[in-house]
Design a binder for this molecule. Sequence first.
Ligand code: PLP
Length: 359
Amino acid sequence: MSLALDANATEPLRPDARAAVLGALDLPGNPSSVHAEGRAARRALEDARGSLAKRFGARPQDVVFTAGGTEANALAIRGLAGDRRILAGATEHPAVLRAAPDAALLPVRPDGTIDLGALDATLAAGGPALVCLMAANNETGVLHPIEAAAEICRRHGALLHVDAVQAAGRVALPAGADSIALSGHKLGGPKGAGALLLRPGLDVAPLIAGGGQERGRRGGTEPLPAIAGFAAAAEAATEPTAARLAPIRDAIEAALAGEALFPGRLAPRLPNTTSILLPGVPAETQVIALDLAGVRVSAGSACSSGKVAASHVLAAMGLGADAGCAIRVSLPWNTPDDAAPRFIEAWRRMRDRVRPRAA
Ligand code: PLP
């Protein structure tokens, strides 16, 4: 039986989310219509908004629904920056880096965490800024010290946008951000919904004005089934259940210590993620060999085109020539209890097949 360990690409749909999607499909109205069907859809939309707001410590009126994490990040960056210069962590997801192509990149330390001294110095050296930092890295699981970064940003009058797409539902969200990006399908909801949470009093200019939905911050009829599923998934995705995955991840790392490297292992991390580096073997080769053995993992974030490039995350951590040689193993919420021994066996078989033979 196959073993799917690629939750950071997308979590399997949670049963509660599926039920919520099906329920919302039976609400035919447009939430903006004033008649009874529209009002019923509006009630369901506002219930989902209220539940997400409560789950993540925001006010309902500060939740802006989007199509996913990519759009939530783009909305924050383009809609909040104004004349501010943009600073972004070097290991941010392309959803952030491509929305801010002129951003000054902030270095990370060898363990993958943001260099707070560099943040402080860069903010001190220039004018008003918008700083973009992810709560958790999608390739290594490394958690950045967001609350310390928020304090530095506050001192310099900078805004802080946090991409919490991978952190939400797995670890408690850090305090101190001005805006937070979330994605429904990374929590076990359906694809097609995400949200930007705003600090009270902060407004954002829309990317799409359209019919003025979402308080004028995001035009377009809200995808109610995806949003209802997103809210239900967020309720079901609790930090204690995610913590169940850490011993499985740790067992994999303990067994393979001495046979592979684990970039980011020394930093605080998500409970479900490990990056496993096999020097000299391209990640793509490893991913394909594991796939043939029924084990689904990924090579990081740069494979959306079907091609795998060296990881900019691992390069920023100083891994040089080996930055293209790590696979990402990310355990989903429904990881089977015997996942560690099954993965370890498959990985060793893969390694013996693909490793260049010593001359
Ligand atoms: N931010 C991070 C850290 C991610 O890992 C991803 C997806 O991989 C995104 C943003 C984009 O989210 P979405 O797939 O919902 O657009």
